[in-house]
Design a protein around this ligand. Structure first.
Ligand SMILES: [Zn+2]
Length: 235
């Protein structure tokens, strides 16, 4: 990644440092209090969806870590960062749980869980959905983050901003482009702005180690928060 590309992300990076120092010294309640004192930055509600959870672990990494856990770690970091930037956020889950409301079998619970996520997004005013996932593939050479978007022009715009930012920062040299989400229930059913980020490949040992690290998770969150900020400032 080049020096110039990181300059635009500097304010977000500094915020993360403040957040971490604050959390360590003051405790997370104090950080929440500081964040609550921020003026509201936009009329959007950023819905952060940590993919999978509970009975549905998602993919398993090459060292045996569940996708649902990494999704949640990244989602919680993103929530703190956006909160400090003055965004109203809504987390679909904050624990290792599935958000189903009915069902006996795992399959039924998974369907109910997805329907509940859709319901939350579609009933939230000015919602912008950020769904966090991890990729996996049979060939462990594949790597890089990719952004998928829901069926609205604004979703495509946000995805493009984020994908370009990813390619110039955390995945320099990547030729991945954002794509319309095909065959992803949540993304097809929402009627709001929404993107799904496959943060990287859990099948690629180098990338998997990065995705488990605090520093890389923070970098990803800086890039995501910066893209959200570019998007909502224009929207
Ligand atoms: Zn997933």
């Amino acid at each position: 990644m080049s020096r110039e590309n990181w300059i635009g992300l500097l304010p977000f990076y500094l915020l993360v440092v403040v957040l971490l120092l604050g959390a360590a010294q003051l405790g997370s309640d104090a950080v929440t209090a500081i964040a609550d004192a921020q003026p509201v930055r936009s009329n959007h509600t950023i819905i952060i969806d940590a993919g999978h959870g509970g009975v549905d672990g998602g993919a398993t990494s090459c060292t045996g870590v569940l996708e649902s856990q990494l999704n949640l770690q990244i989602a919680l970091r993103l929530d703190d960062l956006l909160h400090l930037l003055g965004y109203r956020t809504l987390m679909i889950r904050r624990d290792d749980i599935s958000v189903y409301t009915e069902g006996e079998t795992i399959a039924q619970k998974k369907i109910s869980d997805l329907k509940e996520r859709v319901r939350i997004v579609n009933t939230t005013e000015n919602a912008v959905l950020i769904s966090i996932h991890q990729n996996t593939f049979s060939d462990n050479r594949y790597g890089g983050a990719q952004v998928f978007y829901a069926n609205t022009e604004q979703s495509r715009e946000l995805a493009q901003i984020l994908q370009e930012s990813i390619v110039t920062t955390v995945n320099s040299g990547s030729n991945r482009r954002c794509k319309k989400a095909e065959g992803v229930y949540l993304m097809k059913q929402i009627e709001k702005t929404g993107i799904l980020i496959e943060c990287g490949f859990l099948s690629n040992p180098t990338e998997e180690a990065l995705l488990r690290s605090d520093a890389y998770q923070m970098k990803l969150c800086c890039v995501i928060a910066s893209a959200i900020s570019n998007f909502t400032d224009k929207a």
